[in-house]
Design a protein around this ligand. Structure first.
Ligand SMILES: *[C@@H]1O[C@H](CO)[C@@H](O)[C@H](O)[C@H]1NC(C)=O
Ligand SMILES: *[C@@H]1O[C@H](CO)[C@@H](O)[C@H](O)[C@H]1NC(C)=O
Ligand SMILES: *[C@@H]1O[C@H](CO)[C@@H](O)[C@H](O)[C@H]1NC(C)=O
Length: 361
């Protein structure tokens, strides 16, 4: 009798300790995500899939953590992914956002999509979210190179030579077949953070091998959107983030400029314009903020996890950084920020990113 009670007591203690430890761990892994607005909409109704080994008879009263309690490739991430797709398709049906969410499957869109026929995969390129890595993965799968490391950097974006064709290079019937039956995916990230990243990359760092950003695009934007400028030092003065925001938020005014800028606008046009997510039924839309999990999930869903791996992601670099966003927008008028938001609202809504109220109000 005594023995049985002792045993029961010991079991109780072990359970309590286990519960405490598991809660502590999930709190810790939550930290990085707390500031990520993109995740908040999945928090409330997230169903937690508990691994069988921690099943306890005690009812869990804590709100479920929105971090996977098992390996990210398990059912949890599948639910996250399905919830995102469900949300996307609901927003696509919202008629008041129609002109921001619906685009035709034009040549521009077909140019963005890369084809891996060997593994029946379509990948829509969205710059500034690690897409170079995905291209490398697909080039290897297509058989162009034996491994990711052996692809020369200058060949990754050379689609004549790298064995990664664009969907636009196929006939209409071949395009339809592929859109209907292949695994299709792309990656998104917080729309404002993405614009900051594009600005930094193209107008601040200003790579020497892409001179047109500094010499053509920046002066054109300054001329139109900076109130006071001197024609003589246009090229030297450099684009300010404020100029960039004005240009981006001017839906009507930028149309003609964008035609002149050609392909370069892929760094800042909306994800909807790049990938037509309401017209093309994508299998997965990954989020940059949770790329560690999404990359694994995509490899698994595409059936290629045994063949390739996604390169290691340095911890923390993909997380949303509100401080950075605040800093960039700090000198910019509410009016300009609201215009910018209006222009990118479709992306915020489609992919479940919360409106940045701290900037808008
Ligand atoms: C459609 O989008 C608008 C603008 O974001 C929003 O106010 C409205 O609630 C949405 N409607 C539905 C049915 O979700
Ligand atoms: C979308 O339509 C609204 C009016 O319904 C208009 O004010 C807005 O400028 C349009 N947006 C774009 C990007 O064309
Ligand atoms: C966020 O951005 C700020 C400003 O750019 C930077 O100082 C800080 O290190 C960043 N934080 C993280 C966690 O990367």
């Amino acid at each position: 009798m005594r023995h049985q009670w002792l045993l029961l007591g010991a079991c109780g203690w072990v359970l309590l300790v286990l519960m405490f430890v598991s809660k502590f761990i999930s709190l810790k892994t939550d930290e990085g995500y707390r500031q990520t607005p993109s995740q908040s909409w999945t928090v409330g109704d997230a169903k937690v899939v508990k691994p069988a080994s921690v099943q306890s008879p005690v009812k869990q009263t804590q709100p479920p953590s929105h971090q996977p309690s098992e390996s990210p490739t398990g059912t949890y991430w599948q639910e996250v992914s399905e919830r995102r797709l469900g949300h996307l398709s609901a927003v696509c049906k919202n008629s008041s956002l129609r002109n921001q969410t619906h685009v035709s499957i034009s040549k521009f869109v077909l140019d963005r999509i890369f084809v891996c026929d060997k593994r029946k995969i379509l990948f829509c390129q969205t710059p500034k979210v690690g897409n170079t890595q995905w291209k490398k993965v697909l080039i290897v799968l297509n058989g162009g190179f034996p491994s990711v490391e052996e692809i020369p950097e200058n060949l990754v974006h050379d689609h004549e030579k790298n064995g990664l064709p664009r969907l636009s290079s196929f006939s209409p019937q071949e395009i339809t077949e592929r859109l209907d039956s292949y695994f299709k995916f792309f990656i998104v990230r917080d729309p404002f953070e993405r614009l900051i990243s594009a600005f930094k990359d193209k107008f601040v760092k200003n790579p020497r091998f892409e001179p047109w950003y500094k010499h053509d695009i920046a002066p054109a934007i300054i001329r139109k959107y900076r109130k006071i400028h001197r024609e003589s030092d246009l090229a030297a003065s450099g684009l300010h983030f404020e100029d960039f925001v004005r240009y981006l938020g001017d839906a009507e005014g930028r149309r003609r400029m964008d035609r002149q800028f050609g392909e370069h606008i892929i760094h800042w046009v909306t994800f909807a314009e790049l990938c037509a997510p309401c017209e093309i039924k994508y299998s997965v839309v990954g989020h940059h903020e949770t790329l560690e999990h999404d990359a694994q999930y995509i490899l698994r869903e595409a059936g290629i996890e045994q063949l390739v791996s996604y390169p290691a992601i340095p911890p923390g670099i993909t997380h949303y950084n509100r401080t950075k966003v605040e800093r960039y927008f700090s000198g910019i008028s509410k009016r300009d920020i609201r215009r910018l938001y209006a222009r990118y609202e479709g992306d915020f809504q489609l992919f479940g990113y919360l409106a940045p109220e701290f900037l808008l109000n």
